[in-house]
Design a protein around this ligand. Structure first.
Ligand code: SIN
Ligand code: FE2
Length: 203
C-alpha cells in the first residue's frame, strides 16, 4: 500500500482480474436497470463528458436546474437505484475504517476521450467517512491537490483494479481525472474506464 499523502491511500492492483470481472458483470446488471445518463453542470447545463449512474439507497446526480445532490431514484426512469452489490459493501468494510455502511455508489463511465475537472466531493453530510474509489478498465491520469483549489497538485496513474481512499484530513482534497490512456486494459471490450466511488452520505 502506498500513502500518497496524509489521508490519501493508493492501493495499486488491489483487485485481481477475477474480482474485476465480477464487478464489471455486476455493473452491467446495474446499468440494465439504471441506464447511464449524461449529467449536466449546475447553472450552465453544460453536459459532462462522463456518463453516470448509481447503486445503493442514494445516488449522486446533477442537472442544470437543481445542481449537485443525492436522491433515492434515477433522474430519467424515476425508479429507485439498484441495490449495492455485496462485493462493494465488503470492500468498504475492509478498507473504509468506518462503522456505518456506504449509502451510495456513483458509477462513472469514461469513454477514452472523457475527463473530469478538479473538484471536491462535498455533497455528503458525513465528512468523517472516506470516499473509496475503484478503477476498472483503461488507466487514467488522476490528479489530487489540497483543500484549496489553488493548492499544488500531484498526478499519478490509476490502473484497473487500483483503489484510492480519500479520507481523514484529505477527505475534501480537490481531485480530478486529466485523461484516459486508451488500450491500457483488456477488461472492457469497448475500451474506456469505469470508476466506482462508495460514499457514506448521512451521519
Ligand atoms: C470522481 O471524482 O467522482 C471520479 C474519480 C475517478 O474517476 O477516479
Ligand atoms: Fe470526486
Amino acid at each position: 500500500m502506498a500513502t500518497v499523502s496524509n489521508g490519501i491511500r493508493h492501493l495499486p492492483d488491489y483487485l485481481d482480474r477475477p474480482a474485476q470481472e465480477r464487478l464489471v458483470e455486476a455493473i452491467r446488471t446495474i446499468v440494465t436497470g439504471a441506464p447511464l445518463y449524461v449529467p449536466e453542470m449546475p447553472g450552465t447545463g453544460k453536459p459532462m463528458s462522463v456518463r453516470m449512474t448509481n447503486c445503493g439507497s442514494l445516488g449522486w446526480v446533477t442537472d442544470k436546474d437543481r445542481g449537485y445532490r443525492y436522491q433515492s431514484f434515477h433522474p430519467a426512469t424515476g425508479k429507485p437505484w439498484p441495490a449495492m452489490p455485496q462485493e462493494l459493501i465488503d470492500l468498504w468494510e475492509r478498507l473504509a475504517d468506518y462503522p456505518k455502511p456506504p449509502e451510495a455508489c456513483l458509477v462513472n463511465f469514461y469513454s477514452d476521450d472523457a475527463r473530469m475537472g478538479l473538484h471536491q466531493d462535498r455533497d455528503e453530510t458525513d465528512l468523517a467517512a472516506p470516499v473509496l474509489s475503484i478503477s476498472l478498465g483503461n488507466s487514467c491520469l488522476f490528479r489530487v491537490g489540497g483543500l484549496n483549489r489553488k493548492d499544488p497538485t500531484r498526478s499519478f496513474r490509476l490502473a484497473s483494479g487500483d483503489i484510492v481512499v480519500l479520507g481523514g484530513e484529505r477527505r475534501l482534497a480537490f481531485h480530478g481525472v486529466d485523461r484516459i490512456y486508451p488500450k491500457t486494459s483488456t477488461l472492457l471490450k469497448n475500451g474506456g474506464r469505469i470508476n466506482l466511488t462508495l460514499r457514506r452520505v448521512n451521519v
